[in-house]
Ligand binder design. Sequence first.
Ligand code: GUN
Length: 300
Amino acid sequence: MTATVIDGKAFAAKVRGQVADHVARLKEAHGITPGLAVVLVGEDPASQVYVRSKGKMTVEVGMKSVEHKLDADTSEEDLLAVVKSLNEDPEIHGILVQLPLPGHLNEDLVINSIDPAKDVDGFHISNVGLLGTGQKSMVPCTPLGCLMMLRDHHGSLSGLNAVVIGRSNIVGKPMAQLLLGDSCTVTIAHSRTKDIQDVVRGADVVVAAVGRPEMVTGEWIKPGATVIDVGINRIDAPEKGEGKTRLVGDCHYDSCADVAGAITPVPGGVGPMTIACLLANTVTACCRANGLAEPEGLTA
Ligand code: GUN
C-alpha cells in the first residue's frame, strides 16, 4: 500500500474540539448556548443509532440537545406542527429531521417547512439554491466533511479534475457544487455514465457516493489521485465466521490504496466527519442568528 490514509476519526475529533471552543466562547462572552433539535419519526434501527450518537456528541461539545421521537404513524400535520414549534423556539438554532421518513410523509414538504436559517442539513430548497449560486448557505454535512478533508490534504483544490460518483441530492450534487466553488473541473458520474472507469481514471480527486459495495477498484484510479469514499455498506464476511458481516465503502480499499496518493478508510473516514459537520453547522447557524462572527474553517 502506498496511499496516505486520511484519518477522518482524528479529523472529526479536531473539528469537534474547534466547535467546543467556539461554544464555550459564545457562552462566556454572550451567554448564548447553541441548540440542536433532532426529529425522529418511527423506529428505523439505523436512524435510532444515528440520532443517539448525534445527541451524545451535541452535549459533549457543550450545546443543548433536544430530541423529538414521534410514532411511525404520526400524521404530516403533527410533524409539521413540531417543526413549526422548533422554528419559533429561540433556544433552537439547528433542526434536523432524520431521513428517511415513513412512506406516508412527504419528505420534500417536511424539509421545506424548516426555517432555512435553522436547516443544518442544508436540504431546504433555499439552501440548495444558495449553494448552487455560490452564496452563503447551510451546506450538507457529508459533502462539507469531504471538502474539509480535501482542503486539508491538498491546500488549494484549484484546477484539479474532480469526479463525483453518484448524483444524490444529499451527497453527489452538493459535493459537485462545493468542488466547483473551489475551482475544480467537476464531472458527476452515475449509473448511466458510459465508460465510467475511463472517466474516473481522469480524476485527481475521486468522491465515491453510490452505495454499491467496493464498486471502484484500483484499476479505475489514476496513480497518486485522492480517493474519498463516502459509502458505508454492510456485506457478508464468512471469513469472520458464519453470519458475520463487515463494513466496506464504495471503493475496494486495498486495490485503490495501492494506486492512490491518499484515501479515506471505511469505517473511520468520511463517517465521523458528518456528525462533526452537523455540530459545526449548528454553531454557524447560532452565530448567524445572533449577528456574531462565524467560526473560521468550519464553513464552506
Ligand atoms: N439520514 C442519513 N443521513 C442523514 C443526514 O445526514 N441527515 C438526515 N436528516 N437524515 C439522514
